[in-house]
Ligand binder design. Structure first.
Ligand SMILES: Nc1ncnc2c1ncn2[C@@H]1O[C@H](COP(=O)(O)OP(=O)(O)OP(=O)(O)O)[C@@H](O)[C@H]1O
Ligand SMILES: [Mg+2]
Length: 234
């Protein structure tokens, strides 16, 4: 049996707010195969974003272990964790999070500025990402000059410009009309199928969730699916 790309063991996250302890995530056991497309569902406050941020190396768990491709991500120091994230993770947000004073091209280029690349290498990577997301003709536009669907495609181009293995998306179509949402979902699906990217996508919509290979449900910080199902990795 092939080892899964992502392995969560007993993951938990606690926040201390004064004398009150909040536990948005507990006992999370989850395995995700290389190239799998997972949707993550659950009511508001159930811990979806908390889990996504831990998987993306943006937040650290309080307990448990997260292994990605054999690396125990929870043990990486700050600097090495940042490098690991830059090499492995693309993040897509509901509200795009584009930088308003940068053009589409410059927004997409930003993750590459952390890397030791020539301007020409950056240009090639940005051009490829723009072509893949269908926004080449909007390269010089600023975010305010783009429609919501176009903004999200720029944000997706920025997320994939470094060719990460893992793409996490927090309600990527939550702010879009149904037609733009369909386009963005089709694009995300293609990144999974054509490039083999492993995708974890939060959604509130059953129909959107059904596009994924598998749905994981969270309730009060815990996964409610049976372990046989959630652990099913070929
Ligand atoms: N930095 C923090 N400090 C304290 N509590 C937090 C923090 N981040 C999240 N929480 C709490 O953890 C719980 C889970 O939050 P989370 O954002 O993961 O929920 P969610 O499932 O993404 O919800 P939604 O669907 O509304 O986005 C919430 O009760 C939230 O208030
Ligand atoms: Mg959330």
């Amino acid at each position: 049996m092939k080892e899964p790309l992502i392995q969560c063991r007993d993951l938990g996250r606690t926040y201390q707010k004064g004398s009150v302890q909040i536990m948005p995530l507990r006992d999370v056991e989850l395995e995700i195969g290389d190239g799998e497309f997972i949707s993550l569902m659950g009511p508001s406050g159930s811990g979806k974003t908390t889990l996504l941020n831990i998987l993306a190396g943006i937040d650290r768990p309080t307990t448990g272990e997260l292994r990605v491709d054999g690396v125990d991500v929870t043990k990486l120091s700050g600097r090495r964790l940042a490098d690991w994230r830059a090499a492995n993770i693309g993040y897509i947000f509901q509200l795009y999070n584009l930088i308003p004073v940068l053009s589409a091209y410059e927004n997409i280029e930003t993750p590459l500025l952390l890397k030791n690349l020539t301007r020409k290498q950056r240009h090639e990577a940005v051009s490829t990402a723009m072509a893949r997301t269908g926004i080449t003709d909007r390269a010089d536009h600023y975010p305010r000059q783009l429609s919501g669907g176009q903004e999200q495609r720029v944000a997706i181009a920025r997320a994939i410009v470094s060719s990460p293995r893992i793409l996490v998306a927090d309600e990527p179509t939550g702010d879009l009309d149904s037609r733009s949402a369909r386009d963005v979902l089709a694009l995300i699906r293609r990144l999974n199928i054509d490039l083999g990217m492993t995708i974890i996508m939060v959604t509130h919509d059953e129909e959107i969730a059904s596009l994924a290979d598998r749905t994981v449900h969270l309730l009060d910080g815990q996964i409610t699916d049976s372990p046989e199902k959630t652990g099913a990795v070929a």
